[in-house]
Design a protein around this ligand. Structure first.
Ligand code: GCU
Length: 347
């Protein structure tokens, strides 16, 4: 009897222990199901400063969320060119992308204001606009098209480069220059007397430049000129710095709304730190690229005559709709806030 009771007791105990163990397992698998991976796709290679800052963001996101949120970064246009990435993000097929604000102009026309030629006086003014109420209000406009604007990344200034030497505005007139798919960029080229060719950024563009088919040159910032190896076919870079549309990190509004308040805070902090880090990396990278290009004998003409460019683009401003003129006035009036942006912490 005693043995039987002891046996039943032992079995009962074992069953109870097994139930606890299973419950534990269930709980663990529930947690792992609760873990979410956010996919972030963009067009730059993994050596680009924007990509490297996103890696930092992923590390911080994982740390801030206690491992509940992770980031998978698909670079080099693996999931498509910027327009496709935007569509996928709007539809929630991927959770995030990074594009130039020029590409967003087709969805939210007022964002085209940031692509206007010679809009920003200097770095201080650029960041006063983006970090201040104007930048915030522009990001907020994205909600109407299913996107949550998370942050801006520095995308430097865009300048012309070509297969043949560039000696000034006249020498560019009549040439076919690749531009972003942006009405403001197209109007700017037309005002300058240049023939715009709107093409997606990526391998198609690099090949067109190599073959000299459809295009005689393009315009971009130094990191993209370098990472896309456009300097190989277009070794003449003319630093006229005609426009400065920033890059922007956007998230599917659906995906954003699906995060808890704590998760949103974890992501917001990771994004903020990644943006601070990216500004620093960008400066370092531009200085390094200039040295590399110099070593390769690529001409980067820094002392360009900008006045003829500035005068030629005036009709672009004159032709703006009233609402965009009001945005331009706000941009011009922007002043830096008294506080400096927070510094990035190492993860
Ligand atoms: C910049 C920007 C890209 C954009 C590219 C372009 O390099 O960072 O997001 O795609 O310009 O010229 O299209």
């Amino acid at each position: 009897m005693r043995t039987q009771r002891a046996f039943r007791c032992t079995m009962g105990l074992l069953a109870a222990l097994a139930a606890i163990a299973l419950a534990g397992l269930g709980c663990r698998s529930g947690q792992s199901e609760g873990k979410r991976q956010l996919v972030l796709a963009h067009v730059h290679p993994d050596s680009h400063p924007v990509h490297r800052s996103m890696v930092r963001m992923g590390e911080l996101l994982e740390r801030n969320s206690g491992g509940a949120l992770t980031l998978e970064i698909r670079h080099s246009g693996q999931l498509g060119a910027e327009r496709e990435l935007l569509e996928k993000t709007q539809a929630g097929g991927i959770q995030m992308t990074k594009v130039s604000t020029s590409l967003l102009e087709s969805l939210v026309p007022e964002l085209g204001v940031l692509s206007l030629p010679y809009l920003f006086h200097d770095d201080e003014h650029y960041w006063a606009v983006l970090d201040g109420p104007v930048g915030r209000d522009m990001l907020d406009r994205l909600e109407a098209v299913g996107l949550k604007g998370l942050t801006y990344y520095d995308a430097g200034a865009r300048s012309f480069y070509a297969r043949e030497p560039i000696t000034g505005l006249q020498s560019l007139q009549g040439r076919q220059i690749r531009v972003q798919q942006s009405p403001t960029m197209i109007r700017t080229m037309e005002a300058l007397g240049i023939t715009p060719v709107a093409l997606a950024f990526g391998p198609e563009l690099t090949q067109a430049l190599e073959k000299g088919e459809r295009v005689d040159g393009a315009e971009n910032n130094l990191p993209s000129y370098w990472t896309e190896q456009h300097y190989l076919s277009c070794p003449h870079y003319y630093a006229d710095r005609h426009s400065r549309p920033p890059d922007v990190l956007v998230m599917s509004l659906k995906a954003w709304n699906a995060l808890s308040a704590q998760e949103q805070a974890a992501l917001t902090d990771a994004v903020r730190q990644s943006a601070v880090y990216q500004r620093q990396l960008w400066q370092e990278e531009v200085a390094r690229i200039l040295r590399e290009l110099d070593g390769l004998g690529v001409t980067v003409a820094p002392d360009v005559e900008r006045e003829p460019f500035i005068q030629a683009v005036q009709p672009v401003y004159d032709g703006l709709p009233a609402e965009h003129k009001a945005w331009v006035d706000r941009v011009r009036a922007a002043r830096p806030a008294a506080t400096q942006p927070a510094t990035a912490e190492a993860p």
